[in-house]
Design a protein around this ligand. Structure first.
Ligand code: PHE
Length: 350
């Protein structure tokens, strides 16, 4: 009898350490539940040990019963504390999903504006040909912007309707051509300069903005012809558009060049065909050509204003619209894109 009591007490005693051992292996809530059933379940180890008590004497039962209750309490506490440990680990794992050592997504470092990209590219072409880059003020006076360029006082460009005036005599330059004047005043021939810059006109609709970008080119020497100009412009277009683009010179008029021409390039959208996939080309309006610049041989009258000898020197100049070229180069259909500064648009030029 007494042996049986001790055997049951020993069994009860071992349950706690065995349960602890099982829980050490139980890393999931499922494993925990298995251990609970094995030790505290209706057919578990504790229940089995208590069933043994039936054979005990009346005197032995209370002691074994007390022990059984203690063991039950100890097992319950073990299981509960293991459960909260598992829950805590789970929560920690969630927090660990945020790993502070992972390097952050690198921020967008910004990019060149497409107009700046094209402007720089064009200037680079001329730099390689030996041209110097020059610049000048956007706020100009009448003399540099108009008078020295042989633009008569009654010329429509001088009208308040077209020009943004600061005072009667001071204005926002309407083209980069005053840089021809400034260059010739400062340098003696031979000169070969390229002058990118912003220009301003009282103009605002779908295809015109009050500010836009031009690039002026000027070459003056003792001998040069319009065919030099043509060859250089063709070279520039091929470099910028990377295709065998065609150029067309149309007779035109500028007070500061004679003869003058406007230059069209074959439409890059439709390849000069005038149609895209059977539909009329929107970009060249079915003509197959797009105007990109004005040019001509420097009018001898201009040499008079800057002190060059018109019998000794000849030269040519051109003024090109940069937005126009950027639209063609990147296939941008709407001028407003350049000024809205939508990062989704600008990002594409990274
Ligand atoms: N300045 C002219 C314009 O803005 C372009 C041009 C430049 C024409 C140089 C001839 C020579 O339209």
């Amino acid at each position: 009898m007494a042996g049986e009591k001790h055997a049951i007490l020993a069994e009860l005693e071992s349950l706690v350490s065995e349960c602890r051992h099982s829980l050490d292996q139980a890393s999931s809530l499922e494993g925990l539940e298995e251990a609970r059933i094995a030790f505290l379940g209706r057919k578990g180890r504790l229940a089995a040990a208590m069933a043994e008590m039936v054979g005990l004497s009346k005197e032995d039962r209370p002691e074994v019963g007390r022990k059984a209750n203690d063991v039950k309490a100890a097992l319950t506490e073990l299981l509960e504390s293991h459960q909260s440990l598992l829950n805590r680990n789970k929560a920690d794992a969630k927090v660990r999903g945020f790993d502070p050592s992972v390097p952050p997504r690198s921020p967008w470092g910004g990019s060149m504006h497409p107009v700046s990209l094209v402007s720089q590219e064009i200037c680079d072409v001329f730099k390689k040909l030996g041209f110097d880059i020059v610049s000048g003020p956007e706020v100009e006076n009448d003399w540099h912007n108009f008078e020295a360029l042989n633009i008569p006082p009654d010329h429509p460009a001088r009208d308040m309707q077209d020009t943004l005036y600061v005072t009667d005599n001071i204005l926002l330059r309407t083209h980069t051509s005053p840089l021809q004047v400034r260059t010739m005043l400062e340098q003696q021939p031979p000169v070969a300069v390229i002058a990118p810059g912003k220009v301003y006109r009282r103009d605002s609709d779908l295809t015109h903005t009050p500010m836009f970008d031009q690039i002026e080119g000027l070459l003056v020497d003792t001998k040069t012809t319009m065919s030099d100009l043509r060859g250089i412009l063709r070279h520039m277009c091929r470099e910028v558009f990377n295709t065998d683009i065609k150029l067309r010179f149309r007779p035109s008029f500028f007070p500061f060049t004679e003869p003058s021409a406007e230059v069209d390039i074959s439409c890059v959208m439709c390849g000069g065909k005038g149609t895209v996939g059977g539909k009329p080309c929107r970009v060249c309006k079915q003509t197959g050509w797009i105007e990109i610049l004005g040019c001509g041989m420097v009018d001898p009258n201009v040499y008079g204003y800057v002190g060059y000898d018109p019998d000794k020197y000849v030269g040519w100049a051109f003024g090109l619209g940069v937005e126009r070229v950027a639209m063609l180069k990147y296939g941008i259909g709407d001028l407003r894109m350049f000024f809205e500064n939508d990062v989704r648009f600008l990002r594409q030029f990274s």
